[in-house]
Design a protein around this ligand. Structure first.
Ligand code: S3P
Length: 442
């Protein structure tokens, strides 16, 4: 965690009203600056997420010799150095809290002439990296990690990379992307096959930068020895950030809220489907396109939710939205059953355990299983909960507090700035009861 500790006091606000636009997509922002850095020429990125995660990636690229200007907030001008133009940096490269940053950069740096060391914060230092080390090693990369395949990652210089045909055991866009980025530097064809389709931003963006890539849901392939050409990228608003407001406006009686120009890539909108199965009233209006991605305005009205068995096929398409879904489930009528979601245990925190603990403290009954949970819907009361430095847990608990019978004190919320700078202001503007708590004395 970067800044000082931050705790929130959250409590019933008023019905959510009005409209808002959430910040740019985190996944797209990471990839935009990475590919722009490796392109020939000057690229523009509009709507770049000013989050700590994506700024850490941009700062690493700057340390590798890429000039990146920020003429105004959410704008970046990236002076690409070409595929072979990066220069090694002294000292470790700090990815902060960002699993996406570390795993994608591992692939990108595996193909360089210089060695690099990737480090992260306390949370990232506990996250599994063998899932990228294994395929990158098969391609010929030499990567050392701490015991158990944990960061820091030391990536050796001058690896000779060979394309592979890789069937990933986990459905992970980060793993797929790491292998594809290494594939830019490999001899021959690099192919990735997934057990379930994941977000395809790397593939789409490689195409936008002029690199031939063949992809379909669940599969992607490319060949080395091409070039990336500078382009302009418009980053859509992040569906994962919109998710907190979709749930909040669904559960707070009397709400009606419009979320503007939200990224609607089908590999990201599983929560929308799950909420609709639960009875949510969410309409898509003004469908359009931004930067080659589908976008729409989402108009949410409060509705009575009922529990569901979340279809396992939706899990990868809503993998970041489970903390918010747990909150919707705790306030719904009946049981919600989550299965096939063991990946939640290796996110910024163990999101099954942390959400179960927090919701129980607010009066919910939650039965954990290794790959999910059964959440028994009902009423919540006030109490003290711990977001354990996980941004999405903090924002989800702030939503839960809107329907709790009393004030909810949420500890360790500073990392909200990793993905959603300005959350507190936007939330208060549309009606959420949310304040900073003064730091404890002593
Ligand atoms: C991401 C992929 C997902 C997601 C993360 C962003 C990406 O991680 O949880 O927030 O940008 O590729 P996994 O690849 O671990 O599923």
């Amino acid at each position: 965690m970067s800044g000082p500790r931050l705790d929130w006091a959250a409590g019933p606000g008023r019905p959510l009203r009005g409209e808002l636009r959430v910040p740019g997509d985190k996944s797209v922002s990471h990839r935009a600056v990475m590919l722009a850095a490796l392109a020939d020429g000057v690229s523009q990125v509009h709507g770049f997420l000013e989050g700590e995660d994506t700024r850490a990636t941009a700062a690493i690229l700057q340390r590798l010799g890429v000039r990146i200007e920020a003429p105004e907030a959410s704008e970046r001008i990236v002076h690409g150095v070409g595929l072979h133009g990066l220069a090694g940096a002294d000292g470790p490269l700090d990815c902060g809290n960002a699993g996406t940053g570390m795993r994608l950069l591992a692939g990108l740096l595996a193909g360089q002439d210089f060695a690099s060391t990737l480090v992260g914060d306390a949370s990232l230092s506990k996250r599994p990296m063998n899932r990228v080390i294994d395929p990158l090693s098969r391609m010929g990369a030499r990567i050392d990690a701490a015991a158990g395949g944990l960061p820091p990652l030391r990536i050796h210089a001058k690896n000779v990379l060979q394309g592979i045909d890789y069937a990933t055991p986990v459905a992970s866009a980060q793993v797929k992307s790491a292998v594809l980025l290494a594939g830019l530097y490999a001899e021959g064809v690099t192919r990735v096959r997934e057990p379930h389709p994941t977000r395809d931003y790397t593939e789409r963006m490689l195409h936008a930068f002029g690199w031939p890539v063949a992809f379909a849901p669940g599969e992607a392939a490319l060949e080395g020895r091409h070039r990336l050409r500078a382009t302009t990228i418009a980053v859509p608003a992040d569906f994962s950030s919109a998710a907190f407001f979709l749930v909040a406006a669904s559960v707070v009686p009397g709400s009606q809220l419009c979320l503007r120009r939200v990224g609607m890539n089908p590999r990201r909108t599983g929560l929308l489907q799950a909420l609709r199965l639960m009875g949510a009233d969410i309409r898509e209006e003004n469908p359009g396109e931004e930067g080659g991605e589908p976008v729409a305005d989402l108009v949410v009205r409060a509705a009575a939710l009922r529990g569901i068995a979340v279809p396992e096929a939706l899990v990868p398409d809503m993998i970041d939205e489970f903390p918010a879904l747990f909150v919707a489930a705790a306030l719904a009528e009946g049981e919600t059953v989550v299965t096939g979601a063991a990946e939640l245990r290796v996110k910024e925190s163990d999101r099954i355990a942390v959400m179960a603990t927090a919701l129980r403290r607010l009066g919910a009954r939650v039965d954990e299983s290794p790959d999910g949970a059964v959440i028994h819907g009902g009423r919540l009361h006030g109490g003290e909960v711990d977001a354990v430095g996980d941004h999405r847990i903090a924002m989800s608990l702030a939503v839960a507090a809107q329907c709790a019978g009393g004030e909810v004190l949420i500890a360790d919320c500073a990392n909200v700035a990793t993905s959603f700078p300005g959350f507190e202001g936007l939330a208060a503007e549309v009606g959420l009861g949310l304040q900073r708590r003064p730091p404890a004395v002593g």
